[in-house]
Design a protein around this ligand. Structure first.
Ligand code: NAG
Ligand code: NAG
Ligand code: NAG
Length: 443
């Protein structure tokens, strides 16, 4: 179980021991850094084209017709996360990355050398010596201020910490991502990523991945970097299947008229949060709980409601299950609230008949309602003991205050679109098992 919401991003003083490693690495490689910067055009034709602005028309045409679609692997339970494979470096090497729309920075566990890394599926990333300087716009964006400390002007140190106390400390480098676009082009795109050489994992055995793929709203996020090079519209979408797997996409590949849309918050610019408040409906009936602001975040396996909404949910469920063949299973510690049947269950689809949908009724352009429906299979799991457990948890217990966090579980079987250009969040039911493959895909 994972709660990957970003809670802290700080520049630390590079007097610490850890950054001294990279500092010395930088010193020994400083000549090659400067010599390779003159040759950095070789990294990517596209980057060359965009920086010299040879043909804005061509770039626009490329962008309007291009996107990247990647299959994802994983599930809510028992795995707890979804991962994609990206090819990074020269020559390109594959890495498994946890997809996280709740944070911006993409980073890899990195041999800089590494102080603390977990076991990774692939050899540790060896950083390029193409360091992102401290005064670079991407470094500034990570620190959310122009007024940050640069002890070494040649490098950008970062530290990210997630809500489950998982953290990564490292330095930003530029390297080459090899990406297949839906218009058939395969491009080598030079983008920034974190070389994370000191990670803290709450449970090291639990995170068998090479790193994190940051898909948030900030400038360092992968879509934003692709967008700033004119390659795709600044749009990220995903479709996670309740059977496990699914896909993510960057760019404009969906039919927007099929989606239900609600505006993104302009105040909480760090998260994909809704501008308007929602009211809660249980089984289609008003629950008497309103003013709910929600954040959508693939970095979290489960959904969290604020204390009020959670209390209302538990009361309703307990009342609604009276007379049904399910009783609370206190021995099952998988999640705080589980129920057992006469015989162990194998799938959520066996129990969905006992449960009703939950709906977050958002507003969209004032009058139209934008309901976000959460059917039973998007709030329940079946534990390894064969009980059914509630995948909506008490956010107040983990210090989220009044916030509501919509995690992977509640976005299952939907195409979710986060359009950063138009500042809109959209969704619709979809078959996420069918990964679009062909050219000119439309989702
Ligand atoms: C991550 O995805 C790859 C396929 O891209 C899959 O083979 C691998 O098992 C996944 N890793 C985990 C830890 O689920
Ligand atoms: C990208 O496309 C090439 C062929 O055009 C293919 O060999 C390769 O496997 C693709 N890579 C990914 C990650 O899909
Ligand atoms: C949710 O958590 C808060 C804070 O720990 C607690 O006061 C409240 O009783 C919890 N609600 C329920 C229904 O358990």
């Amino acid at each position: 179980m994972k709660l990957g919401l970003l809670v802290l991003l700080v520049l630390f003083s590079s007097s610490s021991i850890c950054s001294a490693w990279f500092g010395s690495k930088h010193k020994t490689s400083s000549t090659s850094t400067s010599s390779s910067s003159s040759g950095s055009g070789r990294y990517s034709n596209r980057h060359e084209a965009s920086s010299s602005s040879s043909s804005p028309f061509l770039l626009n045409r490329f962008r309007s017709s291009s996107s990247v679609v990647l299959p994802v692997h994983g599930n809510v339970y028992p795995v707890g996360f979804y991962n994609v494979t990206l090819n990074i470096g020269q020559p390109p090497r594959p890495y498994f990355l946890d997809i996280d729309t709740g944070s911006d920075l993409t980073w890899l566990q990195c041999d800089a050398p590494c102080a603390r890394c977990s076991q990774t599926p692939h050899p540790l990333y060896r950083p390029s010596n193409d360091l992102v300087p401290c005064r670079h716009a991407l470094c500034a964006s990570l620190h959310h201020t122009d007024n940050y400390n640069c002890e070494d002007p040649h490098q950008c140190d970062y530290e990210v910490e997630y809500a489950d106390h998982y953290s990564s400390l490292g330095v930003l480098v530029h390297d080459v991502y090899t990406l297949n676009f839906t218009n058939g082009a395969q491009l080598k795109v030079r983008m920034a990523l974190g070389c994370g050489y000191d990670q803290i994992f709450p449970d090291p055995s639990h995170h068998p991945l090479d790193g994190m793929l940051g898909l948030g709203r900030g400038r360092t996020s992968l879509t934003s970097q692709l967008n700033s090079q004119g390659l795709v519209r600044n749009v990220i979408g995903h479709c996670l299947s309740a059977q496990g797997g699914g896909y993510i996409f960057f760019g404009d590949v969906y039919d927007s008229s099929r989606l239900t849309w609600t505006p993104m918050s302009s105040r909480d610019y760090k998260h994909y949060s809704t501008a308007g408040a929602a009211e809660l409906l249980f089984g289609g009936k008003k629950a008497g709980v309103g003013s709910l602001f929600a954040v959508f975040d693939t970095g979290s396996s489960y959904t969290y409601f604020n204390s009020n909404a959670y209390q209302a949910l538990i009361s309703w469920l307990r009342k609604d299950l009276v007379g049904k063949p399910l009783k609370e299973a206190h021995v099952d510690q998988t999640l705080p609230l589980c129920w057992q049947g006469k015989r162990p269950f194998r799938s959520v689809y066996e129990v969905r008949k006992y449960f009703k949908p939950i709906t977050l009724g958002f507003t969209s352009n004032g009058r139209n309602k934008a309901p976000f429906e959460i059917p039973p299979e998007a709030y329940l799991i079946v534990s390894n003991m064969g009980n059914v457990c509630l995948g909506i948890l008490n956010g107040s217990e983990v210090g989220m205050g009044d916030m509501n966090l919509i995690g992977d579980i509640s976005m299952l079987n939907k195409v979710m679109v986060f359009d950063n250009d138009k500042q809109l969040i959209g969704w619709t039911y979809a078959d996420c098992d069918r990964v679009p493959k062909s050219r000119d895909v439309s989702i």
